[in-house]
Design a protein. Structure first.
Length: 631
């Protein structure tokens, strides 16, 4: 029989139970064209076996068509996060008891971490973890805690000319690129890319030695819960202090702090960093006196705010009361249509924060101890959980690496609470700029829509003015370089960062763009094009050269979802910290906070991913404990 084609369908008899006419003998043998051959397509096995797959799409929230998983080819993209998928499927017609070949174009929301192009075959409802790091090298265990003591001694450089502040020769810098060079590079990997054995890096440029005295979670624990210590444990992090750390004695200044600025669960959270820090102690090494009305940015003279009385306007409001109201909203775990602050209070907070940011340099130099926090992305309840775990200011010094808004449901509460803490503790609480602290990005990824829905567009513009004044990078103890994204081929000296004038928007290319957008890469030897379509990817050789040139031990950055909340790379010379657990409700990732002690001992405290009822239950429990402690 010839192959069944679509044109031959009309010649087939579709009536299977035809009655015999009077006087005619009924033939017991059916003719061949009576057989239900359809259009030449096989009946799906799911239809025969009755095993349809019911799956809810995590992007749109809709059940897939007829219980079938939606798989198709991308034929269009919109704003890099909404795609049009052409799905070819078989449509069942009960009247004719057959399947017809049809197609449907459907719109789907792409996770922010995915890279989808036209022509790709995608499956709606399948969530893959987007980490670009190798899972077989230096992969940490969930809820495991370890420390890395950073060496204060300078390692030997493979390039002698690179030491003592000298520039390497042209021969030694072979393969490096300047800011005008084509970013296409060789696909060869460096020869010194050797794996780590027994926890000790083999590269001569490595700075970190592992102290394995901190116990990790036992593999036999079926629940993955942390092993309780003698001092008690916390539900979402490590209860273990570093080896040799003396018991924490709270100073009188800390014990006398108000309930809104002290950790309600301090007794249940023995932190790995000593918290005996006076409230008046500053960790800003290059601090300048803060005088409202005459704020200057780093580099040259900065512009004045014009009004010069933002601090006086803020005095009309009770800053502690505003912080208390914001924290109470976080304990509820619910998103309200209106804010707990008035528009006049928001304007006063933004004006005062803008002055504080401009009074401090673009490149901040800090002294440990300090806690480093990665992306938050408007997950306000998780931010309150992080403060519960690590301590509310001023019980701990904080350095945030950016990305406070967008994608989350409560970006306004998140940025307002952080700005309030920055105003109240300007020398102990620091905020860096992320790639989402930009007008163009917030217009697309949610913060603009939230401001328009809950406040007004003028409020969004006020926050954008604050974002344009945020510092760019920080250096902790002259050994840890902290930035949101990564390195830049335009970075020739630290003075280049100090000379960035503020307020400024994020340009399409250049030093500031790279510091906020670049990523490390396993495959890059030098500088390569970034998959995001912005900035570059840098390889291991670039990291090693940077650390040797500036006599540093570690690069700490955010900007990327990692499964365990933190992930080391390149023999533990670079670490990614991500502090938004259960990111966007799609990834079952942990959130992390990196604590750096006075002797540069790095420890990680983790937030367990919670969502929905579990998150609200925990926030209610934390609020109850806070009220009991305050009483």
């Amino acid at each position: 029989m010839a192959e069944q084609v679509e044109k031959a369908f009309q010649k087939q008899n579709i009536f299977h139970n035809s009655k015999a006419r009077v006087g005619k003998k009924v033939s017991t043998k059916e003719k061949r064209w009576y057989k239900d051959v359809g259009l030449g397509f096989k009946t799906p096995s799911e239809a025969i076996n009755g095993t349809y797959i019911d799956k809810k799409c995590p992007f749109t929230g809709e059940i897939s068509i007829r219980g079938r998983i939606l798989t198709g080819k991308v034929i269009s993209t919109k704003m890099n996060r909404t795609i049009i998928i052409r799905r070819d499927y078989l449509h069942y017609i009960p009247k004719y008891n057959r399947y017809e070949k049809r197609h449907k174009n459907l719109a789907a929301h792409v996770s922010p971490a995915f890279r989808v192009e036209v022509g790709d075959s995608v499956t709606v409802g399948v969530t893959l973890f987007p980490s670009t790091f190798s899972s077989s090298k230096l992969a940490p265990t969930l809820l495991s805690v370890f420390t890395s003591r950073l060496s204060r001694s300078r390692p030997q450089s493979p390039h002698p000319a690179a030491q003592m502040g000298q520039q390497p020769s042209k021969k030694s810098k072979k393969g490096s690129k300047d800011k005008d060079r084509d970013p296409s590079v060789d696909s060869q990997s460096p020869e010194d890319d050797s794996p780590v054995q027994d926890g000790t890096p083999q590269s001569t440029l490595s700075r970190a030695t592992v102290d394995s005295t901190i116990p990790s979670i036992s593999a036999s624990d079926p629940q993955g819960a942390p092993i309780p210590s003698a001092a008690g444990s916390h539900l979402h992090g490590s209860p273990y202090p570093p080896k040799g750390t003396p018991p924490v004695d709270q100073s009188p200044a800390l014990s006398a702090s108000s309930p809104s600025s002290s950790s309600p669960l301090a007794s249940l959270n023995p932190a790995p960093v000593p918290l005996d820090i006076p409230v008046t102690q500053t960790i800003l090494s290059n601090a300048t006196p803060f005088t409202p009305g005459s704020t200057t940015s780093s580099g040259a003279q900065g512009e004045s705010l014009g009004n010069g009385n933002s601090k006086e306007k803020l005095k009309q409001f009770d800053l502690d009361d505003m912080i208390q109201r914001l924290v109470e909203v976080g304990y509820t775990g619910k998103v309200s249509k209106s804010l707990c602050l008035k528009n006049t209070e928001i304007t006063a907070i933004c004006s005062a924060a803008r002055e504080v940011f401009l009074s401090q340099p673009t490149l901040i130099e800090l002294s440990p101890p300090v806690k480093i926090v990665g992306d938050v992305h408007g997950q306000y309840s998780d931010l309150i959980r992080l403060f519960e775990m690590c301590g509310f200011p001023p019980a701990a010094n904080y350095l945030f690496l950016g990305d406070y808004v967008d994608r989350g449901k409560q970006s306004l509460e998140t940025i307002l609470l952080l700005l309030c803490y920055k105003i109240k503790y300007p020398e102990n609480f620091f905020l860096l700029r992320g790639n989402h602290e930009c007008a163009n990005v917030t217009r697309v990824y949610g913060f603009y829509d939230e401001c328009k829905r809950r406040c007004n567009i003028k409020t969004w513009k006020t926050f954008v003015d604050v974002f344009n004044c945020l510092p760019i990078a920080a250096i902790v103890a002259s050994k840890i370089f902290c930035v949101h994204g990564g390195l830049s081929p335009s970075l020739h000296s630290m003075d280049d960062i100090k000379r960035i004038q503020r307020p400024t928007d994020v340009p399409d290319f250049g030093l500031l763009n790279d510091l906020l957008w670049s990523d490390p890469s396993d495959t890059a030897v030098d500088w390569e094009d970034n998959e995001r379509g912005v900035s570059y990817c840098f390889g291991k050789a670039i990291i090693n050269e940077f650390l040797v040139r500036y006599d540093m031990d570690l690069i700490c950055r955010a900007h990327m979802v990692v499964e365990d909340g933190y992930e080391f790379w390149n023999d533990r010379t670079l670490v990614t910290v991500f502090s938004a657990p259960n990111y966007c409700g799609e990834f079952d990732n942990y959130g992390a906070c990196m604590s750096v002690s006075e002797d540069l001992l790095c420890a990680f405290e983790l937030l367990k991913p919670l969502d929905g009822a579990a998150l609200r239950k925990e926030m209610t429990k934390a609020k109850r404990k806070s009220l009991m402690q305050a009483a």
